[in-house]
Design a binder for this molecule. Structure first.
Ligand code: UGA
Length: 427
């Protein structure tokens, strides 16, 4: 199948490479000429395990271009994978999706199956149908399909090759497009969940909202565990063995970040409020997440009441491990608070970079740890599990370790004389 993927971000690029691997002929387009140049040279513009290897291996099936009209003209299937960033009031910005649909309207001379992969508010795909008709595109020339993506950064390739489901939202039970989608995903072993356009949009938002709520729930439980001297890790294990609850996404910590959960929650809150529904649970989920950094700041201040000129080392910048993405990262929020308290902040991250005043970033973890008054682990990179605490002990001023991810081996840390501080960890 000849496919045009519009947008070479996380979702677009991974989809393009995976569909090339499935044997389709893919053109991936993006407005960013630098990105396109690099991709044509075979190098990946994002840090995503396994993606570059797959791109190089299947490069005969994939090309990258800036010429969107040409790519649309040749393809029978078009995948929209452009960003839908958040506007200041929480609404999703559909500017890029709308631009793409205008270009498609001006370029359409044969039948196209237009697949929306971008996360878009409920009702957007129905609107796209209306826009195309208003622009006098013949009804026989297109079908719109909503096919949201559930991949995670850091395991994008694996998630796309082995999804737990493929959600397909159709216009009026359009069976022709369903067959197309089955051809597109041929080779991937996952059940299809078939619904309406709006149904698919809602599934995407409900999925991210539920996962985010699970995290905030555990963060609230951890706050309670903290005062009762109960270990939240035991609670996670205890409740997670119940299949109705499930063991994943029960890790309490500094809160969720990234380009999806915060944005999608805000967008669903905005959409609901616009329909005069007050989504109290979603709002509470967001509020717990926003204030989680303060919980850690309070903990820190209980050990170091005055942070002025204290050297604090933050290990980890990215919103989670195995990515260099710092969008809405709680580590960055924490750093801002530390700077606001006049601390001298030293940071180290295996992949991510962040430049700002009053923060020094080091290339080697040991350099970041020299003479520090407190070590804060802000991202659960595996590398931090293997720190040499014996060596670190000789480098630091004070032996305090604030583990905002509850993931270090506490016994190991304490054995070397450090004071281990987690959230909801019993003494
Ligand atoms: C998330 C969803 O998991 C994907 O299914 C979805 O496709 C994607 O958003 C999207 O909408 O594009 P992602 O943002 O890559 O994927 O990251 P996750 O692995 O879900 O982690 C999100 C945040 O939650 C991270 O900051 C992570 O540290 C945090 N988290 C996760 C916890 O604090 N506790 C947990 O138990 C799990």
């Amino acid at each position: 199948m000849e496919i045009c993927v519009i947008g070479a971000g996380y979702v677009g690029l991974t989809s393009a490479v995976v569909f090339a691997r499935l044997g389709h002929k893919v053109t991936c387009v993006d407005k960013d000429s630098e990105k396109i140049k690099k991709l044509n040279e075979g190098s990946i513009t994002i840090f995503e395990p396994g993606l570059e290897k797959l791109l190089v291996g299947f490069n005969r099936n994939i090309s990258f271009s800036e010429d969107i009209e040409d790519a649309i003209g040749r393809a029978e299937t078009i995948l929209i994978a452009v960003g839908t960033p958040q506007l200041p009031d929480g609404e999703a910005d559909l500017q890029f999706v709308n631009e793409v649909i205008l270009t498609i309207a001006n370029t359409i001379y044969s039948h196209k199956t237009i697949i929306t992969k971008s996360t878009v508010p409920i009702g957007t795909n129905d609107k796209l149908v209306e826009i195309l008709l208003e622009l006098e595109v013949k009804r026989s020339r297109f079908h719109i399909v909503s096919n949201p993506e559930f991949l995670r950064e850091g395991s994008a390739v694996k998630d796309m090759l082995h999804p737990d489901k493929i959600v397909v939202g159709l216009e009026d039970h359009d069976q022709q497009s369903l067959i197309k989608l089955k051809q597109l995903y041929y080779g991937i072993n996952a059940p299809f969940v078939v619904t309406s356009l709006k149904g698919a949009e809602m599934i995407k938002y409900a999925s991210n909202s539920f996962l985010a709520t699970k995290i905030s729930f555990m963060n609230e439980m951890a706050r309670i565990c903290d005062v009762f001297n109960v270990d939240i890790m035991d609670v996670a294990k205890g409740i997670g063995s119940d299949p109705r609850i499930g063991s994943e996404f029960l890790q309490a910590g500094i809160g969720y970040g990234g380009s999806c959960f915060p944005k999608d929650l805000q967008s669903l809150i905005y959409t609901s409020k616009k329909q005069e529904i007050l989504p109290k649970l979603l709002m509470a989920t967001e509020e717990i997440n926003q204030t989680q950094v303060d919980v850690y700041m309070d903990k820190l201040k209980s050990y170091i009441p005055n942070l002025t000129d204290k050297k604090i080392t933050v290990l980890g910048l990215s919103f989670k491990p195995n990515t260099d993405d710092i969008r809405s990262s709680p580590a960055i929020r924490l750093i801002h608070k530390l700077v606001a308290h006049n601390a001298k902040v030293h940071v180290y991250d295996p992949k991510a970079k962040y430049e700002t005043t009053n923060v020094i970033q080091f290339h080697h973890v040991n350099d970041a740890l020299n003479d520090t008054d407190c070590i804060i682990v802000a991202t659960d990179w595996d590398e931090f599990l293997y720190l040499d605490w014996n060596d670190i002990k000789r480098r630091v001023n004070e032996n305090i370790v604030l583990d905002t991810r509850n993931f270090l081996n506490r016994n190991k840390v304490e054995k070397h004389g450090f004071t281990y501080v987690g959230l909801g960890r019993s003494r």
